[in-house]
Design a protein around this ligand. Structure first.
Ligand SMILES: [Cu+2]
Length: 119
């Protein structure tokens, strides 16, 4: 029993979806902060409305990383831990798109998330 509870306490933070949903916010410019710890982004799911202008500020919690989303041709530079960088683009197509870190091996290791653009 004790072991089962400990396993839950450890497992939940590792696999929790961490969602930021701005679809209910007014205004067409949405400012969203994304951070990373190790090889994990937080949030790892961002929900926005079609046509929103997104101003994503990536705050790097450690290591060398960037924040990239191919379908919108958007990327921050690779930055060092403790630095931040902002990228702005228009979410002009609906669907679910993967964002990721382009530093070698990080995407494959799970440094990814989803941008969900809702019509
Ligand atoms: Cu990375």
């Amino acid at each position: 029993m004790v072991i089962a509870i400990m396993a839950l306490v450890v497992a939940v933070p590792l696999f929790a979806q961490n969602v930021v949903d701005v679809t209910g916010q007014s205004g067409s410019v949405k400012e969203i902060e994304v951070s990373s710890t190790g090889l994990r982004f937080s949030p790892n799911e961002i929900r926005v409305n079609l046509g929103d202008t997104l101003r994503i500020t990536y705050r790097n919690g450690g290591g060398r990383h960037d924040w990239v989303i191919d379908e919108f041709d958007a990327a921050t530079p690779v930055i060092a831990g403790g630095q931040s960088a902002t990228v702005e683009f228009v979410a002009d197509r609906a669907g679910t798109f993967e964002f990721y870190c382009s530093v070698s091996g990080h995407r494959a290791a799970g440094m990814v998330g989803a941008l969900v653009v809702v019509e």
